[in-house]
Design a protein around this ligand. Structure first.
Ligand code: SAM
Length: 247
């Protein structure tokens, strides 16, 4: 998978991509990350990349010419890649969308700045607009880091068994159950005994219920999109009625 990041601030990526899993994935050749400085494609004397908005208003807008030159140059190298624009108005970034993007050959990700980019860039080149949440960042770079991170870990071989994605939150539409590791008791706080029981059926049941409990408490709307078993339904009903356990 090839990621091409189009940015005015390439230095912002050096930390996030030079540690841990993403770095290992690059080192193993499982992913490739290339940074392209949009300013290098501005051909006027001062290498200007932004200008005042037509119609007035606050802030500046990223100019169409440098972005076009940058995208066209990268697309020549990567004709099969999808062009993604980071923007608060985009499709919400979810685990499902990360899964879809992980099937692409490559992503060319545009990092906006200021008030955003000239709309014509979007109309001419962008395949998908993506938002990482209902808030406004100062620039698309943190959003691009989020995209690269979440998509990379779904590429076969990127996660070892130590960091498996199998049980992650959202994978089955629910939030993940609580996790514990040794010691079994810390400052009087005990690990739930079922996890020490060795009874795998009971552990699975406990985990499913804790996932349901947590999802109901924090993100109840997620439950509407999940296929629940009869037992799940019964448990959720009981939680909604104020009960904690039916055992
Ligand atoms: N004026 C724009 C608006 O109201 O939608 C906000 C521009 S923002 C200050 C600058 C850039 O940050 C955007 O062009 C986009 O690339 C990026 N950005 C900001 N918030 C984002 C979000 N929630 N998801 C993805 N990208 C975001």
């Amino acid at each position: 998978m090839k990621f091409d990041l189009l940015t005015l601030f390439p230095g912002m990526f050096s930390g996030p991509f030079s540690e841990s899993i993403v770095k290992n994935a690059v080192d193993k050749g499982l992913i490739e990350i290339s940074l392209h400085n949009i300013r290098d494609y501005a051909n006027d004397r001062h290498r200007v990349t932004d200008d005042y908005p037509y119609g007035g208003g606050a802030g500046m807008v990223m100019k169409v010419e440098p972005l076009t030159a940058c995208i066209e140059s990268v697309r020549t190298e990567r004709p099969a890649s999808k062009v993604v624009l980071t923007t608060p108005r985009g499709r919400p970034f979810t685990q499902a969308l990360a899964g879809e993007l992980a099937n692409e050959d490559g992503l060319i990700i545009i990092c906006g700045r200021y008030e955003g980019i000239d709309e014509r860039v979007s109309e001419m080149f962008v395949d998908l607009e993506v938002s990482i949440g209902d808030f406004v960042l100062t620039g698309g770079e943190p959003a691009a880091i989020v995209l690269v991170d979440a998509v990379s870990r779904l590429i076969p071989g990127v996660l070892g068994s130590k960091e498996s994605a199998e049980e992650d939150s959202f994978r089955n539409g629910l939030l993940e159950y609580p996790q514990y590791t040794r010691p079994p008791e810390f400052r009087g706080q005990m690990v739930p005994p079922v996890l020490l029981s060795g009874n795998h059926r009971e552990i699975e049941r406990w985990r499913r219920r804790e996932s349901l409990r947590r999802t109901l408490m924090v993100r109840p709307e997620l439950l509407d999109a999940v296929e629940l078993t009869e037992e799940d339904e019964k448990f959720v009903r009981m939680l909604r009625d104020g009960g904690g356990t039916d055992d």
